[in-house]
Design a protein around this ligand. Structure first.
Ligand SMILES: *[C@@H]1O[C@H](CO)[C@@H](O)[C@H](O)[C@H]1NC(C)=O
Ligand SMILES: *[C@@H]1O[C@H](CO)[C@@H](O)[C@H](O)[C@H]1NC(C)=O
Ligand SMILES: *[C@@H]1O[C@H](CO)[C@@H](O)[C@H](O)[C@H]1NC(C)=O
Ligand SMILES: *[C@@H]1O[C@H](CO)[C@@H](O)[C@H](O)[C@H]1NC(C)=O
Ligand SMILES: *[C@@H]1O[C@H](CO)[C@@H](O)[C@H](O)[C@H]1NC(C)=O
Length: 399
């Protein structure tokens, strides 16, 4: 019996493991496998100059993203090839970098075989180029028989693998979100991805990878957003002192007291080496975001200023890196105080890698607080004094 190039012996021995593996995949498993085989066949005919309209593909074994009608290629790295893989938990495929062995075992696990899907697309039409990275199960005969058929479930290796687990693909990321029936006026198409944007920064070759640095000229950050707390665990902050519209004595140290709830405080990583460098994480017992807050004070022309402030300029900034006390409060001293003037004081509540906190719903109360206050020279301003200096003396009594 003649064996097609796509159905080597290793392939059929993997198919023996089929009954257990397809149970996870459900009805769509076989179709996903067929779709993946067909896609990988189609990729064989693509070159770097092939025109494209949108989405991702594989060209010469490299990951290809369609940008402005042309493929932008990204090498998969040593030992890896680009391939369409069958999704495990939902209908569809995922285009990603993987090993030939992983590709073989995932397709085998779906029960799909090339010969059952090539009635109109015979292997002779796609003519494998012989490149080691092109799709051909027979190109690496040693992989088939050694495969254990464990699929995508290895959790520990997932955290070092360069391959996206099919079970983690967010299928709705592939949709623009536009719907002529329901879209609001002015709604724009979302960027889309079938691989969770894992190689998104390759579309922005002019931006360096953030890589944990605070790059002032801009960068592209590749870390996922991470864990999102429930709506019962959204952070909220309120300044206790100074309070809104307080009058504070000029050039005199004063203490800021911030009440905070819904945040697991005291989590703070190195801001010089690990800025935005990990996903948002939750405290396992409270379910709250592990993070910290900051206080920033900006000078205003007046309490009724209407022009936006310049975020590059601030009179005072401090991270509140410790744990909140038993009262749920955090403290900082503005040592030496501030010159006379009017000021806005804001919190910046962040996860531990300094990224702004992310919550479960779009419509929510503010997660930060902002107050406005006056710093007055002794004897200035008749406004009620609503705060005290650090030593407890009345503002008017301090020199
Ligand atoms: C090829 O397809 C035929 C008919 O669909 C099937 O009977 C046969 O088992 C397949 N061969 C392999 C090696 O999968
Ligand atoms: C994955 O690994 C982590 C860390 O070893 C562990 O805490 C977690 O329970 C594992 N998850 C699964 C689904 O096995
Ligand atoms: C828009 O509404 C029409 C009529 O109800 C429906 O046939 C069509 O499928 C809808 N389109 C989308 C994109 O939901
Ligand atoms: C603020 O200064 C006071 C007086 O020196 C000191 O007792 C307090 O610990 C300081 N608070 C902080 C948060 O540094
Ligand atoms: C506060 O200090 C600044 C300089 O640090 C000085 O220009 C200003 O006059 C001082 N204001 C008062 C009210 O002492």
């Amino acid at each position: 019996m003649k064996v097609s190039v796509f159905t080597i012996l290793g392939f059929s021995s993997l198919a023996a493991a089929l009954p257990t593996l397809t149970r996870r995949g459900g009805r769509f498993a076989l179709q996903n496998g067929i779709d993946a085989i067909n896609l990988n066949n189609q990729f064989q005919s693509l070159t770097s100059s092939s025109p494209c309209t949108s989405g991702n593909a594989c060209v010469n074994g490299q990951f290809a993203q369609c940008v402005n009608g042309q493929y932008v290629l990204t090498s998969c790295g040593s030992g890896l090839i680009c391939a369409a893989l069958p999704l495990v938990n939902s209908a569809g495929t995922s285009i990603t970098c993987t090993t030939q062995q992983d590709l073989n075992s995932r397709i085998a696990a779906t029960g799909a075989t090339a010969n059952g899907t090539t009635t109109t697309d015979s292997p002779s039409n796609v003519t494998p180029t012989g490149s080691p990275s092109s799709f051909s199960v027979s190109s690496n005969p040693s992989t088939g028989t050694s495969n254990t058929g464990t699929g995508s479930s290895s959790n520990s290796s997932a955290q070092t693998s360069l391959t996206l687990l099919s079970s983690l693909v967010a299928p709705d990321f592939a949709k623009t979100g536009l719907n002529t029936n329901t879209s609001e006026a002015g709604e724009v198409a979302s960027l889309t991805s079938t691989n969770n944007f894992i190689n998104f920064c390759a579309t922005l070759p002019n931006l360096p990878i953030t890589n944990g640095q605070q790059i002032k000229t801009g960068s592209c950050n590749p870390a996922p957003m991470g864990a999102i707390p429930s709506t019962t665990n959204m952070p909220s902050a309120k300044f206790v002192s100074p309070n809104n519209l307080a009058v504070v004595p000029a050039n005199t140290t004063f203490q800021v007291t911030l009440a905070i709830k819904g945040l697991a405080t005291g989590f703070f990583v190195n801001p010089d080496t690990n800025y935005f460098a990990a996903p948002q994480s939750l405290d396992s017992t409270s379910g709250q975001i592990q993070g910290h807050s900051h206080i920033v004070i900006e000078a205003l022309e007046s309490l009724t200023q209407t022009t936006p402030t310049d975020p590059n300029k601030f009179a005072f900034f401090v991270g509140l890196n410790g744990k909140a006390d038993a009262k749920g409060q955090l403290y900082a001293n503005v040592t030496g105080g501030l010159p006379a003037g009017t000021y806005k004081m804001s919190t910046i509540v962040t996860a531990m890698n300094h990224q702004p906190v992310l919550v479960a719903v779009a419509q929510h109360g503010t997660l930060d607080d902002q107050i406005y206050f006056t710093v007055a020279a002794p004897g200035q301003s008749g406004t009620t004094k609503t705060t005290t200096s650090i030593d407890g003396s009345k503002p008017s009594a301090s020199s």
